[in-house]
Write a protein of this length. Structure first.
Length: 504
């Protein structure tokens, strides 16, 4: 029955499962192509968090100011988020293979430039450009999965994609600590960036051989006005958040109103573009008519608010509160990364059988795991924290792997392949925005509690993780509501698909 319902559902609005004549024969190189694109995606996502452990040595080596060093992290996140939707639409319009290769080449060049930077200005400029290249690369990944895979294979592919997202997020501090330990010296931080160069060059050569030519099969103009309105809106909303540590929220709070106004203008403009029969930057029908897209994008955004900020407060607690090294701090959260990697692969295979129920189970696991972690960190003696916290983090990781990849699959499954790039870019923009909120809010709360309690690190980590749990609970509510809606849609589809009982 489930397989029959999925057949019926896949031929509904959006047509994401309606292969054209050229889609009847799967590309025999699709799995090798996926491994190459995920390798490149792993590098770009890893660079969001891997630099955090190297910031002190960067500052000492270059004599950089605290504001400049903050831009090394926040500038990358900002330009990454700005590039996602326009780059996704450009990939839909001119070909995803071309966009992927151009973005990957740019990422490699910018990585080399960041590693070779001789002053803070060069480093910040390289990081801003690197973020643009990473943002241009990211939506091509999900779009190529939409293009190359169908049915259950697509779920498996998104499972690997979700594992890549989860591992890269959690593994950044670990790999950064390992690289710094191996490189040593005041210039060891440069290898944080240099390591991308050989890996990126190999991936570039393989991608040129393996990625399918053509891409979207549909060319069109790029909505320049839409790009300007959306880019301005995202910039206005994210800039106060990425500058929160240096007082950005107090100085730039008015930009939130500007951002909301620009996004409202963007929505009105996109509707006008559709009415005139042109290609919008982000088709409003993705939100209003594509089943599961709006709720999936909302779920991803809220989940990343709670999910992304915890890594910074973990690092603050372990390194500042307990005096651990960056490598020890990274190793402490490794159980989460391992659990996420394992369950994400299985989640991709099970998503077509269990649907949104899988994300409900996953979010429950993350919520319980993070809550249990807060309790353990609050009451366990410092000498036993590393081992004591491992089971709770493993549970959280197992749940996390059942959230990211199934949510991406469920959110994008009804999206037409011709709009896969812009839809994937919008989904990831929401995730980047959620990550910006989380990484600004949780550390700020940590420091606030720390100062008000006379440096009580246990109270600070407990308050931060409790706030993260609230965000995860909101995501769980969204998932439950969407699950109930999915059950209702499945029942209606089954009633339509099954022949009526013959009258006697």
């Amino acid at each position: 029955m489930t397989e029959r319902v999925n057949e019926v559902r896949s031929t509904g609005h959006g047509g994401s499962e309606q292969p054209g004549p050229a889609d009847d024969t799967p590309d025999p190189r699709r799995w090798r192509a996926l491994s190459v694109t995920l390798t490149a995606g792993f590098m770009s996502l890893l660079d969001v968090s891997i630099v955090a452990v190297a910031l002190p040595s960067m500052r000492e080596s270059l004599g950089a100011s605290p504001a400049a060093i903050q831009w090394v992290v926040s500038g990358y996140a900002l330009t990454f988020g700005l590039a996602l939707v326009p780059a996704g639409r450009l990939g839909d319009a001119v070909g995803r293979r071309w966009m992927f290769l151009a973005a990957l080449a740019g990422f490699v060049v910018c990585s080399a430039a960041a590693g070779a930077a001789r002053n803070e200005g060069m480093l910040v400029a390289a990081r801003l450009a690197q973020g643009i290249a990473a943002g241009a690369l990211a939506p091509q990944n999900s779009a190529l999965i939409q293009q190359l895979f169908r049915g259950a294979e697509r779920g498996r592919a998104f499972g690997f994609f979700g594992a890549t997202v989860g591992i890269s997020t959690a593994a950044g501090p670990v790999l950064g600590g390992v690289i710094l330990a191996l490189a040593g010296g005041p210039g060891g931080w440069r290898w944080i960036f240099y390591v991308n160069v050989p890996i990126g060059l190999v991936a570039l050569v393989l991608a040129a051989r393996l990625l399918p030519r053509g891409g979207s099969g549909r060319r069109g103009h790029v909505d320049v006005v839409g790009v300007a309105l959306l880019g301005g809106g995202v910039l206005a909303l994210m800039l106060p958040l990425v500058q929160a540590e240096s007082g950005g929220l107090a100085r730039l709070w008015w930009l939130f109103a500007v951002g909301l106004a620009l996004l409202a203008a963007f929505a009105l403009w996109e509707r006008r573009v559709v009415r005139h029969g042109a290609e919008p930057l982000l088709d409003p029908r993705l939100i209003t008519q594509t089943p599961g897209y709006a709720s999936g994008a909302a779920l991803g955004t809220v989940y990343f608010i709670g999910f992304s900020g915890v890594w910074l407060v973990f690092a603050l607690f372990f390194q500042t509160g307990l005096g651990w090294t960056p490598l020890q701090s990274g190793l402490a959260v490794t159980p989460f990364a391992l659990g996420s990697a394992v369950s994400a692969v299985f989640g991709g295979r099970l998503v077509y059988r269990y649907g949104r129920r899988l994300t409900v189970i996953g979010l429950t696991g993350v919520l319980v795991g993070i809550a249990a972690t807060g309790v353990v960190l609050g009451f366990t003696p410092a000498g036993s924290v590393g081992w004591a916290v491992a089971p709770a983090l493993l549970l959280g990781g197992l749940g996390g792997g059942l959230v990211i990849s199934p949510n991406v699959t469920m959110t994008l499954r009804e999206v037409p392949v011709r709009m896969a790039g812009s839809a994937g870019g919008a989904l990831q923009t929401g995730q980047r925005f959620g990550a910006a909120i989380g990484t600004a809010t949780l550390p700020a709360l940590f420091y606030l509690v720390l100062s008000s309690t006379g440096n009580d690190f246990r109270a600070a980590i407990a308050a931060a993780l409790a706030t993260a749990v609230v965000g995860l609970a909101v995501a769980l509510v969204i998932a439950v509501v969407e699950w109930r809606g999915e059950v209702h849609r499945v029942r209606r589809a089954a009633e339509v698909a099954l022949p009526a009982e013959p009258h006697p």
